[in-house]
Ligand binder design. Structure first.
Ligand SMILES: NC(=O)c1ccc[n+]([C@@H]2O[C@H](COP(=O)([O-])OP(=O)(O)OC[C@H]3O[C@@H](n4cnc5c(N)ncnc54)[C@H](OP(=O)(O)O)[C@@H]3O)[C@@H](O)[C@H]2O)c1
Length: 242
């Protein structure tokens, strides 16, 4: 019987490595959002399951005995659906959710509930750095009269969805010094990010703090009622206890 690891975060990579080291049969699932994902240390499948029914079929056909959901904190559809289905069919489910970032002295953050709220706070003529990914880009179309720069890993396959926008291609890691250089060279006035948490992508917040750039922080979505840990070590302890 196999553990299904819903991947798509740094934690998922660590959990995959740990599951392999523990010799626990497991398969990692990626949505297919990144064009050339790195091979994890366990078997992988790539692409959606085909909705809730497809997911139920997959669980049965693949002999899944438990699910570790280590998707991104803002991947709400997959998390809510998986928690619900696992509860319905009595399949052990663990949500791995890293702690959100919190402000430090020198930060200038404003929390917003939705991407669309950015337009009311960012003045016309600003240069805006979006660290929010391309999937939600059209929600920023109210930023009229701004230069909007969206960083993404893969080269774009479609034009920017609104006027004044441009893509910046970059693959992490982004050390603080590099972030500061990029923000200074681009003349960034505002940064918009999701409260993803974790160390790897906190560098842009450190850079913002050190450069005195204000940040709009999109609030964390609500999480389902479920068994939850905030780190890979605890997730592996849970997997061993099954
Ligand atoms: N949202 C973000 O800001 C963000 C940032 C970085 C990485 N990611 C990662 O990118 C992926 C997609 O994120 P999202 O926000 O678009 O997800 P989402 O809105 O929660 O899910 C949309 C659909 O994508 C498919 N899907 C999502 N995660 C999957 C996985 N691990 N394996 C197989 N199918 C998956 C499912 O399709 P079906 O209905 O066909 O099963 C799901 O219904 C996630 O794995 C997430 O961890 C997201």
């Amino acid at each position: 019987m196999t553990i299904l690891l819903l991947a798509g975060s740094g934690e998922a990579k660590e959990i995959a490595t740990g599951l392999a080291a523990l010799n626990l049969p497991a398969i990692a699932s990626l949505a297919g959002a990144t064009r050339a994902p790195k091979q994890l240390d366990i078997a992988m499948r790539i692409g959606g399951f085909g909705g809730a029914d497809g997911f139920r079929r997959y669980l049965a056909n693949a002999g899944i005995r438990a699910v570790i959901d280590a998707t991104h904190p803002y991947a709400t559809q997959i998390t809510n659906r998986t928690a619900k289905i696992c509860a319905e069919i009595g399949l052990p489910y663990l949500h791995v959710l890293r702690a959100p970032w919190v402000t430090q002295a020198g930060d200038d953050w404003t929390e917003i509930a939705r991407e669309e709220d950015a337009a009311a706070l960012i003045p016309k003529g600003s240069t805006v750095f979006l660290g929010t990914g391309r999937q939600t880009l059209d929600r920023f179309s109210g930023l009229i009269g701004c230069r909007v720069i969206c960083r993404q890993i893969d080269p774009p396959t479609a034009p920017f969805p609104f006027e004044g926008g441009e893509f910046l291609i970059g693959r992490p890691p982004f050390p603080v010094a590099r972030e500061k250089l990029i923000f200074a060279q681009l003349g960034i006035d505002w940064i918009v990010v999701k409260n993803a948490g974790g160390h790897a992508s906190a560098t842009k917040l450190t850079a913002a703090r050190e450069l005195g750039i204000p940040v709009l922080m999109i609030a964390r979505p609500a999480s389902p009622v479920a068994m939850r840990v905030d780190n890979p070590v605890d997730a592996l302890t849970w997997a061993q206890s099954l």
